[in-house]
Design a protein around this ligand. Structure first.
Ligand code: AMP
Ligand code: MG
Length: 425
């Protein structure tokens, strides 16, 4: 396990006082060591877990050539260009059982979607394209060509081929794919546990009476939601007051229980509180100023308790900064910790409807509302106030406009990258 100092020495031009967002992720990639314990779980329990081994298909899917349509299966060698083709119907093949009759040269087979295609037949003409008179089917010229509407054995997956790769985080489609292979269980990495607490004497827990200068704790809930969406176990430790004994107890307890600890608040420059001091005292921690907006200050490292070490992410206090730093840094780091392959979010390009001021030399995230313009292309405008405490704008937004490190001002009509908040599957 590398220390903060060792990692810092490995990274060219590492400056904790002006770290680019990319550098932060490079640093974290070196700091985070994936869990190694694996377990076999049922398909239902595998959602959001990272695969610990390739899933090799034990069977071919589909297991035989079959029809993609309800129609008539025939031998395409009989097709003559420009000529209608008349064939007698030898019988009907239903899905789920093989048709066992024999076919003469001028015969076809009525066939249902999913039914096995007899070896001699290679093409299916859909019902709606043919004329049927008694037991004779007439296929007009030009409606099908050889091989149409036939699904081939193994066209989805071939027996013996890897269907899913180690490190893949399993979503709904992957669950279905595993089941389609007939596999009731799958080997995944163990679930990770992440402890969270909010710090700051001005932070109220829900239910506490309102007092002057105090604000309700919102970070606890946004972080909870972000962690749940990743499928990790969450240890909620509430709000910890700014007293050394309470902070020490919280950090020690978190390090004992969890693979990672996330805190918010108390890491900015002017802090007069004990959070930073306690992180320094109990762990191997770096304190950074990141070239980004929002979310400049952040602490990262490890806290070890009883020989067990936990990753530490000391996020800034401002509610929007918490969400942005989570998405930019904590999420990929936790993906790695879970044994997953780190996937960068897919950025969409949208035409910016507003002029945005942006200084090169830092990454900025602006809350955006993406919609479809009159011509069908994507456009984005920003929510009003971009203050890092304005959480309502995160609710209003459906994505973050990412203004990259070296990018400058944005003019009306320029294309910008947007990280959308949600996908469908
Ligand atoms: P700090 O990083 O501790 O200087 O906090 C920056 C700002 O975020 C301050 O205005 C805090 O009141 C606010 N803040 C810190 N923690 C929370 C929290 N858990 N919920 C809501 N606001 C917070
Ligand atoms: Mg504070």
């Amino acid at each position: 396990m590398k220390t903060i100092e060792q990692i810092a020495a490995e990274l060219q031009g590492y400056d904790p006082q002006a770290l680019s967002a990319d550098r932060v992720n490079e640093f974290l990639a070196r700091l985070v060591e994936p869990v190694t314990t694996t377990e076999d779980v049922s398909v239902f329990d595998a959602l959001d877990r990272a695969l610990a081994a390739d899933v090799v298909s034990p069977i071919s899917v589909p297991p035989h050539d079959n029809s993609a349509m309800d129609g008539f299966a025939f031998d395409s060698a009989l097709l003559q260009s420009g000529q209608p083709l008349k064939l007698r119907v030898a019988g009907t093949a239903f899905a789920g059982k093989a048709w066992s009759g024999t076919l003469q040269a001028d015969q076809c087979l009525k066939i249902m979607t999913g039914a096995i295609m007899p070896a001699a037949l290679d093409t299916v003409v859909p019902l709606e394209f043919v004329k049927v008179e008694g037991d004779v089917v007439e296929i007009p010229p030009g409606v099908v060509k050889a091989g149409d509407n036939r699904r081939l054995l193994g066209e989805d997956l071939m027996a013996g081929q890897p269907a899913l790769r180690k490190g893949q985080t399993l979503g709904p489609a992957a669950l279905g794919l595993i089941a389609s292979l007939g596999l009731p269980k799958v080997t995944v990495f163990r679930r990770i546990k992440v402890a969270y607490f909010s710090t700051g004497d001005e932070i109220l827990t829900l239910g506490e009476p309102i007092r002057e200068g105090a604000v309700f704790d919102s970070n606890r809930y946004t972080v909870f939601g972000l962690l749940k969406r990743m499928g990790v176990d969450v240890v909620d430790m509430g709000v910890v007051r700014d007293e050394p004994e309470l902070l020490e107890a919280a950090f020690r307890s978190a390090a004992q229980q969890a693979d990672a600890i996330i805190t918010s608040g108390g890491v900015s420059m002017g802090e007069a509180d004990h959070t930073k001091a306690m992180m320094k005292q109990l762990g191997d921690v770096a304190f950074w100023r990141i070239a980004m907006r929002p979310g400049r200050p952040m602490a990262v490292g490890r806290i070890t308790e009883d020989g067990k070490s936990s990753l530490l992410f000391g996020l800034p206090g401002n509610p929007v900064a918490v969400m942005v730093t989570f998405l930019a840094f904590v999420r990929p780091a936790l993906q790695r910790l879970m044994g997953g392959t780190v996937t960068a979010p897919v950025l969409l390009q949208a035409k910016c409807l507003e002029q945005l001021r942006k200084k090169p030399g830092r990454t900025e995230y602006q809350r955006g509302i993406v919609s479809k313009g009159a011509d069908g292309s994507l456009t984005v405008r920003i929510t009003g106030n971009q203050g890092s405490g304005v959480l309502s704008s995160m609710v209003e937004a459906n994505g973050l406009i990412v203004l990259h490190h070296s990018q400058g001002n944005v003019a009306v009509g320029d294309a910008v990258d947007v990280m959308m908040f949600s996908g469908v599957v």
